[in-house]
Design a binder for this molecule. Sequence first.
Ligand SMILES: [Zn+2]
Length: 136
Amino acid sequence: MSCIFCKIVAGEIPCHKLAETARVLAFLDIMPIARGHLLVVPKQHVELAYLADPALSGEMMSMAVQLGRAAQAALQCAGMNFLLNCGACAGQVVPHAHLHVVPRFVDDGIHWPWPQGSLVSEDAAALVQAITERMR
Ligand SMILES: [Zn+2]
């Protein structure tokens, strides 16, 4: 087992634990983007959150929202990002699903400069059909 998050879940590597349930653990990110940056991970090794049991992903989000609310009260931040990167090309560094909760402050200098495209209506119809046909 070489997964760093599995080692944290197993207690082999210490963490600054914030909360846990039977299936989910939350702790402070040791390389924070902002003060209070935390991670919520499933205790079971799952690489890609969108391939996890949807109920487990729901538990991750539920904990993230509760911690986000508490972090906002504790830090008085002005906003928050909930970020779930799935796959290396999407920015996932550790291949164990993790939901980032990043407290945001006015003029904190953090930017995600995603280029904006425009949705073409014919493609929108094709996308809606292709995706909804495959929902399970
Ligand atoms: Zn793992």
